[in-house]
Design a binder for this molecule. Sequence first.
Ligand SMILES: Nc1nc2c(ncn2[C@@H]2O[C@H](COP(=O)(O)OP(=O)(O)OP(=O)(O)O)[C@@H](O)[C@H]2O)c(=O)[nH]1
Ligand SMILES: [Mg+2]
Length: 311
Amino acid sequence: MSQEKKGFFSRLVAGLSKTRDNIVAGIDSIFSGFSAIDDDFYEEIEETLIMGDIGIHTTESIIHDLKAQVKERKIKEPSECKALLIDTIKKQMDLGENAYEFENRKSVVLVIGVNGVGKTTSVGKLAGQLKEEKKKVLVAAADTFRAAAIEQLTEWAVRAGVDIIAQQEGSDPAAVVYDAVSAAKARNADVLICDTAGRLHNKKNLMEELRKIHRIIDKEYPEAYKETLVVLDGTTGQNALEQARQFREVADITGIILTKLDGTAKGGIAVAIQAELGIPVKYIGIGEQMDDLQKFDPDEFVNALFHMGQL
Ligand SMILES: Nc1nc2c(ncn2[C@@H]2O[C@H](COP(=O)(O)OP(=O)(O)OP(=O)(O)O)[C@@H](O)[C@H]2O)c(=O)[nH]1
Ligand SMILES: [Mg+2]
């Protein structure tokens, strides 16, 4: 593991401390407090996982799986279940697909999500990291609602050392995307990342706007690989799950960026999103700096959560 990854892992461990208090402390006391594996034992684990935002369905499958494993391996001691439980949680999150194809292709990444979840910040971080990997990156300020939004993305573009395509406040977001696509082709950019405005209160408008943007990309840049990432704020727990469901109705979501996992007690939501919706969490954010965004690794996440150290 590189120095940089190690740094991120320890910050993840630190960031998840409240989630750990919320889930793992409870689990540990169950493992040490029970002398036999019985229905009460399973019920307590179930309750702790649900309270920890892991999600009801996911928790049910975890318990189901755990029971099967205990039976198969003829385990009698509650304390022996911990490693099994950790493996079972990891298994729930394994979607087994190639999530980062867009990095290897000419691509357009559309970043969507409701207000204040961390879209612009994530666009900036992602742009900076891809640029570090020697990719030619372009960002588009398709959130034209506020001048401040365009300024904010401009600042990130400067920090990341990438070009930005923007128009004036109030202009048509689809027109910005049109410009950006033309520029991406003309400049032979590898990845074009589009920031968008955060609105969900009017689903019809949102749907229309996203459709329009997709239509332009499809028509003007059919050869591009398309990635649509929904940004969710990890501190909102079950609400984040609900937002993902709603966005799934209006867009072909290819992944999730889960932000603000630093300092929240609701980090269990990462497990729920992945397992319950079957949409891969592709990146997680654990702070406001450039390197506070990383590819999501379920194994690493669960290890950090249970403070298992690096494998
Ligand atoms: N602690 C922490 N803060 C974050 C993270 N990601 C974003 N933020 C902060 O969250 C706030 C909102 O982030 P933005 O990137 O502006 O969110 P947005 O979705 O673009 O917001 P709108 O454009 O207003 O819809 C900012 O203060 C960010 O610095 C994160 O991973 N951790
Ligand atoms: Mg924004």
